[in-house]
Design a protein around this ligand. Structure first.
Ligand SMILES: NC(=O)c1ccc[n+]([C@@H]2O[C@H](COP(=O)([O-])OP(=O)(O)OC[C@H]3O[C@@H](n4cnc5c(N)ncnc54)[C@H](O)[C@@H]3O)[C@@H](O)[C@H]2O)c1
Length: 355
């Protein structure tokens, strides 16, 4: 990021004031050096309601109006997946610092364009992988880094829900708007956290399978999201997926994501690492190891986080020079390549190699 652009106060615009847009809006309020000055929202009604709730002075329906303004430094994007790449590209081209919600894009080729544009402009660009920021993940990372696990050679990571499809008939369940289903929506979190803990993002090969066993029958509905529901829309995305990912080093990850499925728990978002000296799982952070006198299962007390656990606060800290970016665009691009490879593998029935 170009140092000469550093300011003491950052003026923020939030694009998209739906369910997670509200989290963007409330999070920036936690930082004294940030001020949300405008919202762009195609639903004038949702935009006005959010502005009122979060004390934002201005609402527009066309985000491009805000990109043209010199008094806006940061753009925080919380729109449906298919708009991530085009809106973020417009914002980067306008020279804004960009916080983008996940998934980075709906195609790795578009994600790569974002990385290139951010590097060219020298602005701060981050995909807000919030689960990487939480204290459990940061504690687990510290345990891995101090070598307690020995060589970590395999991991299992999952986010599985029993009935948590984000409202059947909304953009989430239509491929042309979402790009994909649970793999892009929640698999992305489980994968990002796992690769961060392993300290390796680039995969060599991916073998995946996807299913849609609940959504098409109108089952497994959850309550997430504020956008309109089209009762006639076809459910054409995945509601369960599984993948075997071989990283460049030869280490492996098994990823499982489901919006809906019969299982023992309502909602599990967990990662497990297998090391030569010990294993680790989270949340909560626990280690497993052989010791003299028996096998020891230990719950690790949360450690002080290295970066602020709120991604928006961290983003502003980076702009102020108080923190180094915790999520690198190239890491998010590598995650996108793996997610895309899961869909490609499921479609072709073959392992997909990533260069
Ligand atoms: N980080 C997380 O944990 C997390 C959680 C949920 C959703 N998300 C991501 O955030 C994004 C938004 O999800 P959501 O749950 O808020 O969905 P949502 O449907 O509740 O809200 C999306 C909002 O974007 C608005 N919108 C659509 N096109 C727009 C445009 N061109 N300009 C301005 N506004 C526009 C819609 O009117 C709607 O209000 C998605 O990409 C989703 O994957 C992230």
């Amino acid at each position: 990021m170009k140092q000469n652009r550093r300011k003491k106060h950052y003026r923020v615009a939030v694009i998209g004031a739906g369910a997670i847009g509200a989290d963007h809006l409330s999070s920036f309020r936690l930082h004294p050096a940030a001020e949300v000055v405008a919202i762009a929202e195609v639903s004038a009604e949702r935009g006005r309601a959010a502005a009122e709730q979060f004390g934002v002075p201005e609402v527009v329906t066309d985000y491009r109006e805000l990109l043209a303004r010199d008094d806006i430094d940061v753009v925080s994007i919380a729109v449906p997946n298919y708009l991530h790449a085009p809106v973020a590209l417009d914002a980067l081209r306008a020279g804004k610092h960009v916080m983008l919600d996940k998934p980075m894009a709906t195609r790795a080729a578009d994600a790569a364009k974002l990385v290139a544009e951010a590097e060219k402009r020298g602005v701060l660009f981050m995909v807000g992988q919030n689960f990487r920021f939480n204290q459990d993940t940061q504690t687990a990372k510290a345990v891995v880094e101090r070598g307690d696990l020995g060589e970590v050679y395999h991991a299992k990571t999952s986010w599985t829900r029993r009935a948590g499809i984000p409202r059947i008939g909304s953009w989430f369940t239509q491929r042309r708007f979402a790009g994909g289903g649970c793999t892009y929506d929640i698999g992305v979190h489980a994968l990002d956290r796992c690769l961060y803990l392993m300290g390796e993002f680039d995969a060599a090969a991916v073998s995946g399978q996807t299913f849609a066993k609940f959504g098409p029958r109108g089952l497994g509905n959850g309550g997430w999201g504020k956008s309109e529901v089209d009762p006639k829309a076809r459910f054409d995305v995945d509601d369960l997926s599984v993948a075997l990912i071989k990283l460049k080093s030869g280490r492996t990850v098994i990823l499982e994501a489901s919006w809906a499925g019969h299982g023992p728990s309502v909602d599990v978002n967990a990662t497990q690492l297998f090391g030569t000296e010990a294993g680790l799982s989270l949340p909560p952070v626990q280690t497993f190891k052989q010791a003299r006198g028996g096998y020891v299962v230990e719950t690790v007390d949360p450690l002080p986080p290295k970066v602020n656990t709120n991604r928006m606060v961290h983003f502003i800290d980076c702009l102020l020079g108080k923190a180094k970016p915790f999520v690198a665009p190239r890491e998010s691009l590598a995650v996108q390549r793996i997610l895309d490879a899961i869909y490609a593998s499921a479609a072709s029935g073959r392992e997909v190699r990533i260069k």
